[in-house]
Design a binder for this molecule. Structure first.
Ligand code: MG
Length: 109
């Protein structure tokens, strides 16, 4: 156990989550600069920016599932916070035509 009180397993799971979040940020940056349908011209048959984002969001979700599985953080608490956030942020979003998409769903609970 290191200075921060983390086990090697806890540190490894956080490192994976941080790494995957960085990769997701990079994919989002490509989409903001070049669009969803664009792709890396240096890679033959490479994925579109949309496909790259799907992949990286899946990787982030996988890393989150590892934290949940080992009870590093509570999946229920994260889920609850996600609903709370949607409720708070929707009134500050300016370009969401369908307000229903920003409404917390009862079904998702
Ligand atoms: Mg990744």
């Amino acid at each position: 156990m290191g200075f921060n009180g983390l086990t090697d397993g806890e540190a490894e799971r956080l490192a994976l989550l941080m790494e995957e979040m960085g990769e997701a940020q990079q994919a989002i940056g490509k989409i903001l600069r070049h669009g969803y349908r664009s792709f890396d011209p240096t890679k033959r048959n490479g994925p579109s920016n949309r496909d790259a984002l799907v992949r990286e969001l899946g990787d982030v979700q996988a890393a989150m599932l590892l934290l949940f599985a080992r009870r590093d953080v509570s999946a229920d608490a994260v889920h609850e916070r996600a609903h709370e956030k949607i409720g708070k942020v929707r009134k500050y979003m300016h370009h969401q035509d369908d307000k229903e998409t920003c409404r917390p769903s009862e079904k998702a609970k």
